[in-house]
Every structure is written in C-alpha cells, then in structure tokens.
Ligand binder design. Structure first.
Ligand SMILES: C[S@@+](CC[C@H](N)C(=O)[O-])C[C@H]1O[C@@H](n2cnc3c(N)ncnc32)[C@H](O)[C@@H]1O
Length: 412
C-alpha cells in the first residue's frame, strides 16, 4: 500500500514494542529468530544490502577522508545459525565492497551476552580482513554519544532494528538528528536512519488501553510506547481506529510524520510482512534529509521487494517428461504483468504532470511520477515509460540518459 503524506511516503507503516522497560521481548541466538531467515527478514536485509553501497559511495565522495559511519544499534549475533547473513555480516560485506574507495566504519551494539559473543566472532573475522568494525556490548542508548562523537563531521547511517520498541523519540530527533548533525548549507552532514517500527508492539500495547482484565505493568508498558512515539498522541489514534490494522497504519504514519516535522527529514515507510496476505510484522521507516536519499532508497526498496516476492513465491512446477504440455511458472507471468501495470501507471502520471505543469525534470517529481507504483517500480520502469511515450509521440524526451535528470517536454 502506498500513501503520500506530508513528507512521508511509501507503504503503510507499523510500530513495535520492546525497548528498555516493561514488556521488552528478550531473545538471543538460541531463539528461532536466528536459526533461519523468514520472509520479513529477507526484505529487510535486501533493502540494507541494496542501500548501503550506493549510499556510502555517494556521501563518502565528499566526506573527510572518504569516511562514513554505520551504526547497527540492535545487531543480534551477526549471522544466522545456518550461516546466512544477518544485518552485521551483510553490512560487513558491503564495507569490503567499498573498501577500495571509501572507509565505512561499522559499529555494532548488542545487549544480549550470548548474541554479543557470537557477534564478536563475526566482527573479529572482518577486522582480520582489514575492515573497520567494532562490537560494543550493552544497550544502544548507552552507546549513542560514543557513535555520534565518532561520526562528528562525517555521514552517518543508523539501522535500528529492535524486536520491540526502539530508542526514545527524543533520542532519535534530539541526538541522531540533533544539533551536531547540521542539515543546512552552512554545514551539510548526511544523516539517515532506517528503523523497525513494530506493528506487533502497537497491537499488543494498544490492546491494553481497552482491556478490562488486570494486566501487570500496564502503565509502564503504555508509557514505554509514549516514550518511543514522543507523546501520548498514539493512544487517541488507537482508540479511534476501527481495527488493529487501521491503528497500526495511523500510528506508524503518525510517528513518521512527527519525526519528519521535528527533524526536517523525509520518510519512506515500508510494510514488512511474511506473506502478502498477512498483516505487517513491522514497518521499516527510512528517514533522510536529502532528495537523493529518497531516490536511492526507492531503488533499494524496489529491488528488495522483487527478491521478497521471489522468496514468497511457490517453487516452479517440476518438469514432467510425460506431460503433453509444460505447466507454466506463474511467478514470471505475474512479475511481467506487475511491471506492465507499473509502466502504464507511470506513463499516465507523466502525461498528467506534462498537462498540468508543462515541461519538468523527473528528479523533482519522484512521488508524482511513480504514483501508486511507488513501492514496486524503480528507475528502469520510469525509463521504459518515457521511451514508450516517446515512440508514441507523446513527449519530446527520448528517455536516453540518467533517469533522474530526464527533462520531460511536450512532443515536438
Ligand atoms: C531483531 S534483533 C536484531 C536483528 C539484526 N538487526 C538482523 O537484522 O540481523 C534485535 C536484537 O537487539 C538486541 N537488543 C534488544 N534491546 C537492545 C538494546 N536496548 N540495545 C542493544 N541491543 C538490544 C536483542 O538482544 C536482539 O539481538
């Protein structure tokens, strides 16, 4: 689902429960979560994998000493038990990829002793390969000042992925996006955050507002969500919603809007599900203060969504030598139909913009060009749309060159 809210765009958002106080979900590397990957983690990790290298390449080009700092505040054990990448190991791979031309400095924080020990092994192996990385033990809140000092004057990307509630709203807007991270022409320093806002937490904690049963730590648990959301506003949203799905949607976007308003950032909210017909497990909320960040994130999200769909798709039917005809692999047909719909949508949006505004540059109209295809399509689909419009003599732009800088003109 896609929405365009003042400064917040993307699929519907959610918030989770956890954090430092009552109700935090504890887990460690023995928990099923870290045994093998579920679909939700496939999407999350693919977004990270697709985003980090382009981000670091771009912002590191003007950074002192080509340095960029990356914080994984809820790192976990580093890899899954079956050996697949978890967020630390995959970002360490990205650090290796950019190491010839950028210095990505990775800080991983983990508060479970068992997970921290496994994380330490992963980080040591990376250090032995010459990658700048460190693992720190404890609560991320207690390491924020250290990370921000280290990132003083250089770009920072923070990945905040708790099982439940994350850092307090005030730490997010007052520290990570705080006064030491200027965002104006006097001193631009890139600051981006990708955070997991748990839908499960909203559903669970919100339910405490209306339950008639006595619940231990009720007030402390409600206060924990107040802290994460930056106030009690979410309580009214929850009670005013007709069901949990609406509550999660309203509160997730409400959170994104409030962060945007307090930090002058733009947000992209991605609903993360284990299957397309499931409710979101959480929403990934991406915050950036630069339009380039939105473009880069859009590419990463589109590629990751494709990978997620492939992961969720049933396996292709086995070949039967005796069959009269092959049973088609419906996934590929569905993907082709999806792409066709996106291109048609984008063509319509471009024609609308052209009719209402006259000539325009694609880069300046990201949301309007992509429209309802925003959570699936990417630059390649915009390019196809422009080329089709050109061959249909509906624009003078032939679609050749970098998509963002294409100037769409009326047909000549
Ligand atoms: C969802 S898991 C992280 C998964 C990891 N980011 C990945 O994608 O592979 C959340 C982790 O955060 C840890 N944790 C919970 N609260 C924390 C806190 N306040 N500070 C640091 N780590 C915390 C948990 O022990 C758990 O390992």
């Amino acid at each position: 689902m896609v929405d365009d809210l003042d400064g917040a765009q993307g699929a519907d958002l959610g918030l989770s429960f956890g954090g430092e106080s009552a109700g935090e979900q504890e887990t460690d590397s023995a928990s099923p979560f870290f045994v093998s990957k579920k679909a939700a983690a496939v999407l999350k990790h693919e977004i990270l994998r697709q985003y980090v290298v382009p981000f670091v390449s771009k912002v590191g080009s003007t950074s002192p000493d080509a340095r960029v700092v990356y914080l994984d505040g809820y790192a976990g054990p580093g890899t899954y038990a079956d050996g697949t990448h978890a967020s630390p190991s995959l970002v360490l791979e990205s650090a290796a990829t950019v190491s010839q031309f950028r210095k990505l400095e990775c800080v991983f924080v983990e508060r479970s002793r068992k997970d921290f020990e496994r994380l330490g092994t992963v980080v040591k192996a990376a250090q032995a390969r010459g990658i700048n990385a460190e693992a720190r033990y404890g609560r991320v809140q207690n390491h924020l000042d250290y990370v921000l000092e280290r990132a003083r004057g250089v770009p920072l990307l923070a990945f905040l992925d708790p099982f439940g509630l994350g850092i307090p709203f005030d730490d997010l807007v007052g520290k990570i996006f705080g006064p030491d991270r200027p965002q104006n022409s006097q001193g631009w320093i890139a600051t981006e955050v990708l955070l997991n806002f748990s839908a499960n937490a909203v559903r669970r904690i919100g339910g405490l507002l209306t339950t008639t049963k006595p619940v231990a730590n009720r007030d402390a648990t409600l206060n924990a969500l107040d802290l994460a959301c930056g106030g009690t506003w979410w309580r009214q949203e929850f009670v005013a919603s007709s069901d949990n799905a609406e509550a999660v949607q309203r509160i997730s976007f409400g959170f994104a809007r409030r962060v945007c308003a307090a930090t002058n950032a733009r947000a992209w909210v991605v609903a993360v599900r284990n299957r397309s017909h499931h409710q979101p497990v959480y929403h990934l909320v991406f915050f950036t203060r630069h339009s380039d960040g939105i473009w880069l994130f859009g590419e990463a999200n589109s590629l990751a969504q494709e990978k997620w769909r492939a992961f969720c798709a049933p396996p292709p039917p086995p070949k039967d030598e005796n069959a009269l005809f092959d049973i088609p692999d419906t996934f590929e047909a569905e993907e082709a139909a999806r792409k066709r719909r996106w291109i048609d949508e984008i063509k319509g949006n471009i024609l609308n913009l052209l009719a209402t505004r006259g000539a325009f540059v694609i880069k300046d109209h990201h949301t309007a060009v992509l429209g309802s295809a925003i959570d699936g399509a990417r630059k390649t689909h915009i390019k196809s749309a422009v080329k089709e419009l050109y061959s249909e003599r509906k624009t003078g732009c032939n679609g050749v060159g970098d998509v963002e800088t294409l100037r769409i003109t009326p047909p000549s």
